[in-house]
Write a protein that binds this ligand. Sequence first.
Ligand code: PEP
Ligand code: CO
Length: 445
Amino acid sequence: MWSPDSWRQKPALQQPEYSDPAEVERVLSELRTLPPLVTSWEILHLRAQLAEAAAGRQFVLQAGDCAERFVDCTAPRLTNTLKVLLQMSMVLTVGASRPIIRIGRFAGQYAKPRSTDTETRDGVSLPSYRGDNINRPEFSAAARRPDPQLLLRGYERAALTLNFVRALVKGGFADLHHPEYFDLDWVKESPLGGEYHRMVQTIKDSLRFVENVLGVRAGDTDRIDFFTAHEALHLGYESAQTRVVPRRPGAFNLLTHFPWVGLRTNDPNGAHIEYLRGVENPIGIKVGGSCTRDQVARWLDILDPHRSPGRLTFIHRFGARKIGECLPRLIEYAREEGGHLVWICDPMHGNTHATASGVKTRRFEDIYSEVEQAFDIHSAMGQTLGGVHIELTGENVTECIGGSHGVAEEDLARAYESEVDPRLNYEQSMELAFLIARKMKNGTL
Ligand code: PEP
Ligand code: CO
């Protein structure tokens, strides 16, 4: 029998070890009494849109920080995140000629899986940093001690973030619809500059057309939706806001629209899959090269027994050098099980490497190459890539190498902020959106 806590009977990986279980219980009880962050009708609305993406009629842009930080819960940061997501989505609309579903990796992306439980520096070992919901990144025993109170601080910041996002979308954010707000200086460096400017002109013309025909200012409507997503990693936290709502069957995770399970916790026998099985939210599973036929069959049977389009999304992350070998096989497995999945390409997590000096980075060209191959493989197999999953920021960081402005390995030290994975900066994100739009246009128009 499933319940929000039935996962406790299964092995739960990647959970913090708290020193005071009674305090954890007190925090989770408090969390249970607080109002939800999202509603069941928003969740079902997203699920219906994802069903459209499964059928190739919509395209998903899922993007944001690898790990949100509490210190970044500020007006300028959130505005910049929304700006880059909105602008990318407009560029993608031109390329895809279909509606874009915007899903932020935000308002709760505060818990991270780690490959080792401890980190050692100069002979000192401390618990690994697991995201701001769990502990703090500074390398001291006090900062690294998992603190249950942080779950409440994270919940509050998620609420603040979502509140601001909703207000921006409803109100003064409309101006960002205007392409003159696009920062396109980097385009000068790109051999595709002319094409990018033409695309922006197309966006401008379409907006003017809409405004003239409908007599409304684009963006003055409520129709721009942003959904939220995070990795459903800390199961105590996730289950504390999982409940049955009035007049609707089933239980909902009311912390986010779209919870996903990461590669390290996606075992069909594990606690994370047990937890997700009982929620009505659409669910993402991160899948990689080692994924087997049996796992695919089990995920479908456990999470999507009715093969309901929009319920399940595979977010595949192989790496540019492996996707050609791994993706076709995975598509076959899913077909054999009769799945109606959304297929999203995460070109980030299979393309991470460390520089000679030990800095974690990714190459822009690998990222684009993986996306490009994903489009081609899905289409060669008679289906459509349903979206992309990108780690990015609206800030001018130097964490990934490459792109028109050419962030070089030597630049990485200049503005490297991420505590976990390297993100594309504003320009690299926009350039990626243009390249994807261009790819979609050549393929489908
Ligand atoms: C992530 O999305 O930040 C992540 C940890 O991904 P994965 O589970 O695919 O490694
Ligand atoms: Co990441």
